[in-house]
Design a protein around this ligand. Structure first.
Ligand SMILES: *Cc1c(COP(=O)(O)O)cnc(C)c1O
Length: 398
């Protein structure tokens, strides 16, 4: 297997380094790719796109699905298809990869960032309720942010790191205030909230099949929904809003956001391996829990009792009075010893791209002390033991 690096920017890990999270292509990927080449179906139509779409929709328990060129494209389409645009505001986790916040901006809306809760790292529903009930104002049946004058039109819960958000209160608040719910399940395919698959709970949900995700199509995404009109519109906008199959007639401005048959061939082969990937991720997490749970100075990755978690990236937190310094030291030492790690994302309200003035302390605390450890599906027991050994020795000052 080639040693792909994770897709986010940064230097590739050196040879011999245990990578953070790389693809595991151990099923029918090569066979299906060969099939694409032999049949000449390599581009944005072909049997694998349909099979991948149907397979994923079934898996998540949704009626419709639209494959896209990326998870970010699926998010953009989801917001556009729900009619969210200039003048709107969307509530989104501050502790997330940047894609959902960017997608909110693509449609001209403004993200309003919600703090994280320390029990799960996910969207803090108390902060969400505080914003909706105390800060926003209800006017003529619409929720408004009095600071910006924008209409609040949707909640975008991002299920980060393979753990679901606390969906019942989110759905109740959305229902009470007539808000759409768009789930970003990019990092959490296969995880469940109170028995229900993530991606089956909001009006629309999106997944990503980027190289470091739970399954990959090289690059790609999927929008899923039970709303046939939304799905049809997403498909339409993803194909340059083409109104005639032959003549170049377009009523609207669309995008080239389709997934290719080549990508779908890989994605579909990966979907066949999903249960194996989920088992492996859980096994990796179980071993980290067991080994790190014995140590002082580190907290295992949190997990709510109502959640079935698929730790996409296993992410413990360092304890102690100076987490920022400890974290820097841990990262540096592990890199020197051949273990690739990553900090969490800078919270969105702190990001120069999206800066906002709210102070969201819990997200900042988590970010200062949390560290993603190697979590590839193919991570062997020996490599994982090495990671644990090195983490232990750094914690013990060796
Ligand atoms: C990976 C990811 C996405 C989408 O990423 P793409 O690279 O565009 O497929 C969206 N949201 C989150 C939270 C992600 O981690």
């Amino acid at each position: 297997m080639t040693n792909h690096t994770s897709s986010e920017p940064g230097a590739p890990p050196e040879k011999g380094t245990i990578p953070l999270c790389v693809p595991h292509l151990d099923g029918n990927e090569a066979k299906y790719l060969q099939d694409c080449v032999e049949t000449n179906w390599v581009s944005s139509a072909g049997g694998y796109v349909d099979r991948f779409e149907r397979g994923l929709a079934e898996r998540v328990g949704r009626e419709h699905s639209v494959a896209t060129s990326s998870g970010t494209a699926a998010l953009h389409l989801a917001l556009r298809c729900l009619g969210i645009g200039p003048g709107d505001a969307v509530l989104v986790n501050t502790l997330t990869f940047i894609a959902p916040a960017n997608a909110v901006r693509y449609v001209g809306a403004e993200p309003v960032f919600v703090d994280a809760d320390s029990d799960t790292y996910q969207m803090d529903v108390d902060d969400l309720r505080h914003l909706i009930e105390d800060r926003f104002e209800e006017r003529e049946g619409e929720l408004h942010d009095p600071v910006t004058g924008r209409r609040v039109s949707a909640i975008l819960p991002v299920h980060i790191l393979g753990h679901p958000c606390r969906m019942d209160p989110i759905l109740e608040l959305a229902d009470e205030h007539d808000l759409y719910v768009v789930e970003d399940a990019s990092e959490s395919l296969g995880s469940r909230y109170k028995g229900k698959p993530v991606g089956s709970l909001g009006d629309v949900a999106v997944f990503s099949f980027n190289g470091n995700k739970i399954i990959t199509s090289g690059g790609g995404g999927m929008l899923v929904t039970d709303d046939g009109e939304v799905a049809e519109r997403a498909k339409y906008l993803s194909t340059q809003a083409k109104d005639d199959p032959i003549e170049y007639v377009h009523e609207e401005i669309g995008y080239n956001y389709r997934m290719t048959n080549i990508e779908a061939a890989v994605g579909f082969a990966q979907l066949e391996q999903l249960d194996l990937h989920l088992d492996r991720k859980r096994e990796i997490a179980r071993r980290y829990d067991e080994a790190l749970g014995r140590l002082t100075g580190i907290e295992t990755m949190p997990r709510a009792s109502w959640a079935e978690v698929v730790p996409w990236l296993y992410t413990p937190r360092l304890r102690g009075d100076t987490p920022r310094e400890s974290l820097q030291r841990m990262k540096d030492c592990l890199r020197e010893r051949g273990v690739e790690t990553r900090p969490l994302w800078q919270p969105m309200h702190r990001s120069p791209a999206h800066r906002s003035t709210r102070s969201l302390q819990t997200a900042e605390d988590i970010c200062r002390s949390a560290l993603c450890l190697p979590s590839s599906v193919g991570l062997g027991a020996e490599s994982q033991e090495k990671v644990v050994r090195e983490v232990t020795s750094v914690l013990q000052g060796r």
